[in-house]
Design a protein around this ligand. Sequence first.
Ligand SMILES: [Zn+2]
Length: 152
Amino acid sequence: MLHWRDILTYARYSNPEPPMRVVLTEAEWQARLPPAQYRVLRQQHTEPPYRNAFCRSYEPGVYACAGCGSLLFDSATKYHAISGWPSFTQPLAKNALGYYFDDSHRMQRVEVRCNVCGGHLGHVFPDGPAPSGVRYCLNSASLRWLAPGAGA
Ligand SMILES: [Zn+2]
């Protein structure tokens, strides 16, 4: 299980090695992704709170990266954080995500990206519920929900 100290260590030193890498040019991403997905995944756009697909959705299944299809989160770790964005306490695998310090918007935050394609997903905060104590706060547009059994 990843805790805040693990995430800070990744952001400070080096992220875990992903199972594979998907590398496309920005032109290729733009051609491949619908505009809403492109804005979030490749331009670090944040979608409005409460007006996004998975904010209030608690269907069982897994969530994959909308950019490359890598499996990122299980619905069992999704919880109601009252933030207006889909929130999770833990990724499916330790090497599924990459962590990067983000000082934009006059805030000190840790950005979360898909570790396979580098797509921007959202941010992670140290105010989640026990036992991990972390809250992954993500954009719905960066995720694709897969019903149980429909995954890889
Ligand atoms: Zn990805």
